[in-house]
Design a protein around this ligand. Structure first.
Ligand code: MF3
Ligand code: CO
Ligand code: CO
Length: 259
């Protein structure tokens, strides 16, 4: 097996565990549960399946995954005090390390019954991520990904967060290239077969501006309006892309995922 195929295989394994963790968490994410409980379940599941949670002790982060609620844009810290309630919109972001390779993925969860605005924002964010993924093929550039996401989200009247981006990944958590979720077609870094990176747009109901809270991690919208995010880990193939973090549950959702 060539080195290239071996690397893809390792990314598949790490990506699959991260995705399975989100699948496992799905039934546990409900009213009355604390975000810390979700963290504990994620940590145990990854450990029991031969992996390690990348966020734990990453740059001083003290939990195993991120839980970003409502107007939290990203990097929300799980807490015993924060109990999920009806109408909450939660992003859970899981990164698993297996065999020194990283799989990074996040999804939105609606607690109880989502209101119309929240439901629409979440759907648009998911679709925006896929518009970005579909722009991945050798010869295209990172700007094609950003432009696809930005055009789609802004045409629907939403804003794209500028302060965080997707990132190269593989045997390290965050590497080059930066994958901006906005930009211009044909700009940025050229995509080459064998590259690994994440696409993880954060889309806001209101303005794009954010603030970091005093804990040094939690990013929130300045206008306190809802924010939503999805993330997948992708590899560039000869003709397009492979998504390493697709789960059984997501596949069953009916979407066709091509390579
Ligand atoms: N998983 C996040 C990402 O998508 C990074 C989380 S870093 C942490 O890049 F330390 F906050 F966990
Ligand atoms: Co990421
Ligand atoms: Co992530």
């Amino acid at each position: 097996m060539s080195d290239y195929k071996e690397k893809f295989e390792k990314m598949r394994i790490a990506g699959k565990l991260a995705a399975q963790t989100l699948d496992m968490l799905t039934d546990n994410i409900k009213e009355g549960v604390s975000t810390d409980h979700i963290d504990k379940l994620g940590y145990e599941f990854i450990k029991d399946n031969g992996g390690y949670s990348a966020p734990l002790f990453y740059r001083g982060f003290k939990k195993s995954l991120c839980t970003s609620l409502n107007h939290v844009v990203c990097h929300g810290i799980p807490s015993k005090e924060r109990i999920l309630k009806d109408g909450d919109a939660l992003n859970v972001d899981v990164t698993a390390i297996v065999n020194e390779h990283y799989g990074d993925t996040s999804r939105m969860f609606s607690i109880g019954k989502p209101n119309v605005k929240s439901k629409k924002l979440i759907e648009i964010t998911y679709e925006a991520m896929w518009k970005g993924i579909e722009a991945v093929k050798p010869g295209n550039s990172t700007g094609d990904i950003g432009a696809a996401i930005q055009n789609f989200a802004e045409n629907q009247g939403y804003s794209v967060v500028r302060d965080f981006c997707g990132h190269g990944i593989g045997q390290r958590f965050h590497t080059a290239p930066n994958i901006l979720h906005y930009g211009q077609e044909k700009h940025g870094t050229k995509l080459i077969e064998g590259m690994f990176f994440t696409i993880e747009p954060m889309i806001n109901l209101g303005k794009k501006d954010i603030l970091i809270l005093d804990d040094g991690w939690t990013a929130v919208t300045r206008d306190k309006k809802l924010s939503s995010q999805y993330e997948h880990t992708i590899g560039v193939t000869k003709t397009g892309y492979e998504v390493f973090t697709i789960s059984e549950k997501e596949k069953k959702g009916g979407r066709v995922f091509s390579c």
